[in-house]
Ligand binder design. Structure first.
Ligand code: ADP
Ligand code: MG
Length: 582
């Protein structure tokens, strides 16, 4: 075949595949255009997952009638002069969004600048441009997209359910609403108002997006180094979610999902929060435009920093400083603050609660000497040491997290109480599910849980199947669900936290994971809920019960996420480590 130039419609469809990979990407581009136009209020309407219809209305400066045709042409933009590619201040700059959307679906742009008598409209359908016509309309711009991807059916095949796509659209709008708190934002999904926010400051906007209850717990961070500034709000280690979608980063006003920033956040929390959990974060980074390349990703979501190490260390430092403040120590129940430097670096040994009088006397004297709060001593009796228990007899609990036991053959056994209990709960739930359904425990007072509309849709969409897992959820007006029953095994779990985590789990994973696979993830997630947390002090009887249950449960050597639950140190291991052996 000879070389030939592609026709413009084909070029636009190829670009559409990169720029508009799903409805949420179209929503993002249209809202960014509204922000670039200086809008004070932006209204977004989504129908049928954004595949049916998207509408974005703004009160910005509008597009003059004479420029409407140009606006929908490829590489036509009012935002970039040829020299300015290094200093991009607007969100859009490539002039690709409108033509790409117009190539993939039916695009209608209706606009009226302040000085113009009436509005004008242009329609592009599958790349075919119709004439500009005058219509009635207010100052500002209204862009609608209908039947997205009807002209690119291959792309359509990769979409998830309408509910999942609507959820992704809502996530995109939330991210943009955080990026521009001074702009009023409303979102309506399938006729139901998801939110309607007035112009706000950052703190108010964060509260509106994350919910008051969580927002009150957030820690404020600020770090400025030379011309780079990072500010925002992060959750204490005690407040985490099952998914990373509650992390929002904004760089120079641009909402991004940049891998470097996400990784830095993960590193900052490492070892402070359990694996598989994610902090909440709303972070604004200001950085001189010439230190940043935004033109590396089709959807402009990833960045290239001139000094990646500096940005990374600024983030890690700021987050870790905030996490080390007393506020967070107070939130984490198990942390005490010893006064001496010796105690700060090597944790206090905890004595068995039924130790001999002499030992207790020693412990108390030692504690007094260090001027620490008095230790709690529970009048309990150590269970008798039996040589035939593979995981041995508990001797102590360390860091309120690990059970220390000694087995009959002298091996020292360390058990991660949360990981172990999580596995036992998971196995119990699985067995109950496999033998019919997981018994549900009706709540005496059903719990009202406020959630974003798309999370509600997800939960209600899976309600019947969730009931089989013992979780009974009903609609409860706009913006909330009612939890009527929880799995009996989780009777003590917080129903609101459980419902939120289940919604997160249902929302997770990019591709169309079958509901079955998701329900399996839900089951594992639920197991985590009842399981004793790291940081809870256990009575000896509880430690004993946990060890004995583990011994009779296959698979108990790892937690549901595959991490070990048990470590063993033999006498030989200890001798080697102390340099006593050979
Ligand atoms: P880009 O945003 O990269 O310039 P787009 O294809 O998204 O490219 O938009 C093309 C042009 O149309 C913009 O440069 C802008 O001049 C105009 N435009 C698009 N949407 C709006 C809007 N909501 N208000 C005012 N002008 C707009
Ligand atoms: Mg644009």
């Amino acid at each position: 075949m000879p070389i030939r130039r592609l026709d413009p419609t084909t070029i636009n469809r190829i670009a559409a595949g990169e720029v508009i990979e799903r409805p949420a990407a179209a929503v993002k581009e249209l809202v960014e255009n509204a922000l670039d136009a200086g809008a004070r209020r932006i209204g977004v309407t989504i129908e049928g997952g954004g595949i049916g219809r998207i509408e974005v209305t703004d009160d910005g400066h509008g597009i003059p009638e004479a420029e409407l045709k140009l606006a929908i042409e490829r590489h036509a933009t009012s935002k970039l002069t040829d020299e300015a590619l290094v200093r991009i201040a607007t969100l859009g700059f490539r002039g690709e969004a409108l033509p790409s959307i117009g190539a993939a679906g039916r695009l209608t742009v209706t606009s009226r600048p302040a000085g113009q008598d009436s509005a004008a409209r242009i329609v592009v359908d599958g790349g075919a441009v119709r004439e500009v016509e005058p219509v009635a309309g207010p100052v500002g711009t209204c862009v609608t997209v209908e039947d997205l991807f009807h002209a690119t059916p291959a792309r359509r095949k990769f979409l998830r359910s309408a509910g999942a796509e609507a959820g992704a659209c809502a996530d995109a709008v939330r991210h943009l609403a955080l990026a521009a708190p001074a702009v009023g934002f409303s979102l309506t999904i399938d006729g139901a108002a998801s939110f309607d926010l007035p112009p706000q400051d950052r703190r108010e906007r964060v509260a509106a997006i994350y919910g008051r209850a969580d927002a009150e717990k957030l820690l404020e961070i600020e770090a400025v180094r030379e011309e780079v500034a990072l500010r925002g709000f992060i959750s204490p280690a005690s407040l985490t979610r099952a998914a990373a979608r509650h992390q929002h980063m904004v760089v120079n006003g641009r909402p991004v999902r940049d891998p470097l920033l996400r990784m830095a956040l993960r590193l900052a929390y490492r070892e402070r929060i359990p694996a598989g959990r994610h902090p909440l974060a709303a972070l604004w980074l200001e950085i001189p435009a010439e230190m940043l390349d935004v033109n590396v990703h089709p959807a402009k979501a990833e960045l290239r920093f001139a000094t990646p190490d500096a940005v990374r260390s600024l983030m890690i430092g700021a987050v870790q400083r905030a996490l080390a403040t007393p506020a967070d120590l107070a939130a984490a129940p198990s942390v005490s603050m010893p006064r001496t430097s010796w105690a700060a670096s090597s944790p206090m040994p905890r004595y068995p609660q039924a130790e001999s009088r002499a030992a207790r006397g020693f412990a108390e004297a030692e504690l007094r000497g260090l001027d620490l709060p008095p230790a709690r001593v529970a009048p309990e009796v150590l269970p008798e040491s039996r040589p035939d228990y593979p995981l041995g007899t508990p001797i102590a609990q360390v860091f309120d997290t690990y059970i220390l036991a000694q087995s009959g053959d002298g091996t020292l056994v360390l058990v991660d109480q949360h990981a172990a209990h999580e596995r036992l709960t998971e196995i119990r739930l699985r067995a109950e599910r496999d033998s019919g359904a997981i018994p549900a425990q009706a709540l005496l007072a059903p719990s009202v849980v406020e959630l974003p509309a798309e999370d509600i849709a997800r939960l209600l969409g899976a309600a019947e199947r969730l009931a089989g897992l013992g979780l009974e959820i009903e609609a409860f007006g706009p913006g909330a669900v009612l939890v009527r029953a929880v799995p009996a095994a989780l009777a003590k779990a917080d129903p609101a936290a459980l419902a939120r985590d289940v919604a997160d789990t249902l929302a997770e994973s990019g591709t169309a994971t079958a509901l079955e696979a998701k329900l399996d993830a839900v089951l594992i997630r639920m197991a985590c809920h009842r399981s004793v947390r790291a940081g809870r002090r256990l009575a000896f009887a509880e430690m004993e019960a946990l060890l004995r249950a583990m011994e009779t449960t296959p698979l108990a050597q790892t937690c549901p996420h595959g991490r070990p639950t048990v470590l063993r140190l033999s006498r030989g291991d200890l001798e080697r480590m102390f340099g006593r052996a050979g």
